[in-house]
Design a protein around this ligand. Structure first.
Ligand SMILES: Nc1ncnc2c1ncn2[C@@H]1O[C@H](COP(=O)(O)OP(=O)(O)OP(=O)(O)O)[C@@H](O)[C@H]1O
Length: 777
């Protein structure tokens, strides 16, 4: 297979398309009749295409010209099946785009969108091989085409990464992607932008060769109106309508002008004059007429006109009549005349008597290449693409795999640990060195200096005792934030405590007051004050047992008669991390899957890559499955690292079935992925996607009982919290890890069931949104 750019065309088609090309019965090109397309819903509805008719003969080049915003891209998107008309008909090679037998979207069409729509982390070669796999082309063919197109389009070396190319070079690679599989229909949006004149000519020569020698049909939009002279037919479009459709020669002759630019200006002028007259004549009341005239005289006009109004010649020539659709249905022997309207086409094919614009439906021509619902080669290409994306981007790779583990490490180190070094002011009036009242460190049965003996049982790691001379000074230090509180012993603390013990229930108030350990705390920090209180009470229990034991009494005799026996689940003093970790792990896994999916899908959608792949024949389901495979592998990696640190390094308890733990974690990851998919099909902009993801995530964090037990919530909020995708799953994980419960328990299987329901619901909703947006977006 040789390609010669300079010499005569020796363009060789791939075998898979030759059979279709050679089939003479499939002679129709592209036919659009009474096409109406509206964007938006409700008050934001906006008509973009209005009763548009268009006829492109097979094997010709059609130049679609029109000002920015007139609806060219919208029309082309409808031709390739990416959008649906609100009314009217489109037939490409006799079939409605997106119908099962049309092969469009699919390999029959080559599409070059306005955006670059290429993967920056692919080399040029990898780019063509990716689309080659999508189209199921042999590697030899792809390599030969690469060589040929490199010469034709003057492409940089094929091992250059796309992201390192200039804008013009990237556009040429994008053009090569549209051309290289030799489709029957080429739809090219501004292929020659940023291309030098010589190369532009060579591109047009190639398009002419494709149409003349190989019968390919080409629809091309361009802002260089004059280069469209090389097209067989030109369609001049304005405000969603075709003003005219004819060969360049006929147009120049008909209007006796020298350039197509002038023809276009003339037609716009006529159209503008007509719409002026129509606006005024449609106004029914005097007020409306006055308003219409005022608007027109104020220059409120279509932006396409605005751009060229100054150059317009306002002499009038009637607009050529637009063809009206009237189709003849020919099924078996019966022939039926059908007015314009939706044609149900299964098993039928529409052909055009182009001069009469009368489409006729014949029996199906059976050579259409159908795009199968699911194909291994496309799936393989998508999976490979996803992995290349991840492994070529080191930052993303580390972020995705290690962030959850990193979060668990930080959480275990920073959350739920015991507080240390809390400064506490000690004012001990029992001490008086002048009277020989100093702290002794006896452990015998001696009834003296109980204050000192008690203070010895306070854990020095948790509390640092800071001696103060007076209560006033100690309180002042507390107010200034130097200490967390004041512990005060009265002058006769030991004696009064002995009296109180002896008196028992007959102790008077004065004795009780003088024998107390008076504590004043800074309660601004709940965790700190709780820790101090617990330490001081525990210390008193230990002190009391010590004295009783030293005096040969039963140590427990004076303790509070409330005893905590061995716990059924958990440890006596469970670390707070045991509570936090299940929620934390599921939240991180869920959120990262959500963020990753939203990021990947939204970026691909915005850059036009998603549309390009779909036009190449990739199915939405394949896209989702490929992402699912990729996401599952990422999730397995994340789960491994997360539990490695949580269970092995930080000793979080796991009393249940670890397989169940992993399963639930993966399900929550998939749940986040499904929500990410929904966000990415709902949002057009990153900012709105970020708002939804962050907003929903904070709601989850608060409502799903991640940070604080749900028992603390008001009752109505507890019911509401059941509606988050994580509430049941977090409870289930806590029950598996902490209580060792299995799937037979409602608390556990509800976590699995709700996760599955959320995944299913979110995926269905995403598919519905995709379908609805095809009509409204
Ligand atoms: N998804 C959408 N939702 C709402 N309006 C849209 C959408 N896509 C396009 N439009 C609007 O439809 C009109 C036609 O857009 P379209 O992209 O088809 O124009 P165009 O002729 O291709 O313009 P250009 O030459 O600048 O690409 C524009 O006013 C555009 O703002």
């Amino acid at each position: 297979m040789t390609k010669d750019v300079e010499g005569p065309a020796v363009f060789v088609s791939s075998d898979q398309f030759d059979s279709e090309r050679n089939n003479d019965t499939c002679a129709d090109g592209v036919l659009v009749r009474k096409a109406n397309k509206i964007y938006g819903v409700g008050n934001s509805r906006c008509a973009i295409l209005e009763e548009l008719n268009m006829t492109v003969k097979k094997g010709t080049i059609y130049g679609l010209l029109g000002a920015s915003g007139c609806g060219k891209t919208t029309l082309l998107n409808c031709l390739i099946g990416r959008r649906k008309l609100n009314s009217g008909n489109i037939l490409v090679f006799g079939y409605e785009p997106s119908s099962e037998e049309s092969g469009i979207p699919g390999p029959r069409v080559g599409y070059m969108p306005q955006e670059i729509a290429l993967y920056g982390y692919f080399t040029i070669k990898e780019t063509l091989h990716y689309f080659g796999r999508i189209y199921n082309l042999k590697a030899d063919f792809v390599n030969a085409q690469l060589e040929f197109l490199t010469k034709l389009l003057d492409l940089p070396p094929s091992d250059r990464y796309v992201k390192t190319l200039s804008g013009g070079q990237q556009r040429r690679v994008s053009f090569a992607v549209a051309l290289f599989h030799e489709p029957e229909l080429l739809i090219l949006e501004e292929p020659t932008v940023g291309v030098d004149p010589l190369l532009r000519q060579s591109i047009w020569d190639h398009l002419v060769r494709l149409s003349v020698d190989h019968g390919r049909t080409v629809i091309v939009t361009t802002h260089y109106i004059e280069e469209a002279r090389q097209a067989n037919t030109i369609g001049l479009m304005r405000s969603g309508r075709l003003l005219t459709e004819d060969s360049p020669e006929n147009l120049l002759q008909k209007y006796a002008l020298f350039s197509l630019e002038d023809v276009f200006l003339r037609l716009c002028t006529q159209d503008f004059s007509n719409s002026q007259a129509e606006t005024v004549s449609n106004a029914e009341t005097v007020g409306e007429i006055a308003f219409a005239v005022q608007q027109l005289s104020a220059g409120i006009v279509n932006d396409a006109f605005e751009r060229s109004a100054s150059q317009l010649d306002v002499s009038g020539t009637p607009i050529p009549p637009i063809c009206v659709s009237k189709v003849v249905l020919n099924q078996g022997s019966g022939i039926t005349n059908v007015k314009s309207g939706k044609i149900k086409k299964m098993g039928f094919k529409l052909s055009v008597k182009c001069d009469e614009s009368e489409p006729v439906i014949h029996q199906t021509c059976n050579t259409q290449s159908t795009t199968r619902f699911f194909s291994r080669h496309r799936l393989g290409a998508l999976i490979q693409k996803n992995f290349l994306h991840m492994f070529r981007n080191v930052g993303l790779f580390l972020f995705v795999f290690l962030l959850p583990a990193n979060q668990v490490i930080l959480s275990c180190l920073s959350l739920g640990g015991d507080l240390t070094s809390l400064k506490l002011a000690i004012v001990n009036d029992e001490l008086d060195p002048t009277q020989d009242r100093v702290c002794n460190y006896t452990t015998s049965c001696t009834y003296s200096m109980f204050s000192c003996r008690y203070l010895r049982f306070i854990d020095n790691t948790t509390i640092i005792q800071v001696p103060f001379r007076s209560v006033e000074k100690a309180l002042d230090a507390t107010k200034r934030g130097k200490v967390w509180g004041v512990v005060h012993f009265g002058q006769d603390f030991t004696d009064e405590l002995m009296v109180r013990r002896a008196d028992g229930i007959y102790a008077d108030n004065e004795t009780i007051r003088a024998s107390r350990v008076a504590i004043t705390l800074d309660e601004s920090n709940k965790q700190v004050s709780l820790t101090i209180k617990r330490q001081l009470i525990d210390a008193f229990g230990d002190f009391s047992k010590d004295i009783l034991a030293a005096c040969s009494y039963q140590p427990m005799a004076q303790s509070v008669p409330v005893t905590f026996l061995d716990p059924i689940y958990g440890e006596g003093k469970p670390p707070f991390t045991d509570y936090m970790i299940p929620g934390l792990i599921l939240a991180i896994i869920y959120f990262l899957a959500l963020a990753l999916t939203t990021g990947v899908f939204l970026t691909e959608r915005k850059s036009g890559l998603f549309d390009r792949s779909l036009v190449a024949g990739v199915q939405m389901t394949e896209y989702m499955v490929a992402h699912l495979v990729n996401q599952l592998i990422v999730l397995v990696g994340q789960t491994f690292f997360v539990y490695l640190f949580a269970l092995i390094v930080f000793n979080t308890a796991c009393h249940g079935n670890f397989a169940l733990v992993v399963f639930l974690t993966l399900l929550q990851g998939l749940c986040g992925m499904s929500f990410g998919l929904l966000v990415s099909v709902l949002c057009d902009e990153e900012t709105s996607a970020i708002q939804i993801t962050l907003g929903s995530n904070y709601t989850n964090l608060l409502l799903a009982g991640m940070l604080w037990p749900m028992e603390a919530m008001p009752t109505y909020l507890r019911y509401l919290s059941n509606l988050t995708p994580q509430t049941y799953a977090i409870q289930a994980l806590r029950n598996i890890l902490g209580r060792g419960w299995g799937i037979e328990r409602r608390e556990v299987y509800m976590g699995i069931v709700t996760s599955l329901c959320w995944i299913f619901g979110l995926l269905c909703l995403s598919l519905i949104v995709v379908r609805v947006r095809k009509y409204t977006g």
